[in-house]
Ligand binder design. Structure first.
Ligand code: ADP
Ligand code: MG
Length: 261
């Protein structure tokens, strides 16, 4: 629990830092962009110089987009909680994953037909499923199996060791397992840290799991990871069951990319 608390504090500190830097950086980029546009619009300018100015402006805009993504991550997004049918969300996510996952990876689901509704933000749940799914894909370059399972669990049935504070009696367990490369204990300690990645430059951002962690924490749930090198990986997520005070929207709002406002 102490380690978990420390990690949460470290994440928050890094998030605040990243947010602050991103904000200042954004202002600088705005200045670069603004002045290059002024230069580019100068009458009687050499064509070549005009093109250079346009290229600088384009680069500055790309950097602005990148910073926006950083800001989105560092800003803690409060979940808009409602009654969510997780099974239905999984079906939807699987359909999306099947488009980005190579054929050698088989996706199987084992969903409890009597699954209780969870108290969740459907857009954030989709982010969780997509992040875990793409990580599983990356862990299986030669193919394998991605399994997504759901089941109802009671708080007292959950293993006490790995837990953060469990405040509800009833939970839904979401299990995402892959038969991929797995990871050693050293790696496992860092996977929820922002910017931690073992993937190459331009391959991984190291933000996926830290976002997932933040989302699950914001839902009053918990996430655990079980993995060994060469033995695949299992992520277990518990989410509190929805009570009657929550209403279910007709169609869950699905947000793939969350833009900073
Ligand atoms: P990224 O995917 O951009 O590297 P993540 O935060 O999603 O960032 O994951 C961090 C790291 O955790 C990965 O680089 C990888 O080393 C490890 N990891 C995550 N999911 C898995 C998995 N299913 N199997 C093996 N390693 C994983
Ligand atoms: Mg990832």
């Amino acid at each position: 629990l102490q380690a978990q608390l420390q990690r949460a504090q470290r994440m928050e500190a890094i998030g605040t830092l990243a947010g602050g830097v991103a904000h200042d950086f954004n202002n600088i980029l705005q200045a670069i962009s603004g002045y290059t546009q002024l230069i580019g619009g100068h009458p009687g300018l050499d064509q070549k110089v005009r093109r250079y100015a346009e290229d600088i402006d384009l680069a500055a805009r790309r950097a602005t987009d990148l910073v926006k993504r950083l800001l989105t991550f560092s800003r803690k997004v409060e979940p808009a909680l409602q009654k969510v049918d997780l099974n239905r969300q999984i079906d939807h996510a699987v359909a999306m994953l099947e488009r980005t996952i190579p054929k050698m990876v088989r996706i199987t689901t084992r969903l409890d037909p009597d699954l209780k509704a969870v108290k969740a933000d459907p857009g954030q749940m989709e982010q969780v499923l997509m992040n875990l799914g793409t990580n599983a894909r990356d862990a299986m370059p030669e193919g394998g199996e991605l399994m997504i399972e759901t089941q109802n669990v009671r708080a007292e049935d959950l293993s006490p060791g790995a837990a953060c504070q469990l405040t509800a009696d009833e939970y839904v367990m979401l299990r995402v397992s892959d038969s991929g490369m797995g990871m050693d204990a050293e790696t496992q300690k860092k996977i929820f840290d922002p910017f931690f990645t073992t993937k190459g430059v331009g391959q991984g951002t190291g933000l996926g799991l830290s976002i997932v962690y933040g989302i699950i924490e914001g839902h009053g749930g918990r996430i655990s990871c079980y993995s060994q090198p060469g033995q695949g990986t299992v992520f277990e997520i518990c989410l509190p069951v929805a009570d009657d005070s929550l209403t279910e929207r007709e169609a869950p709002e699905v947000v793939t990319v969350r833009q900073a406002q």
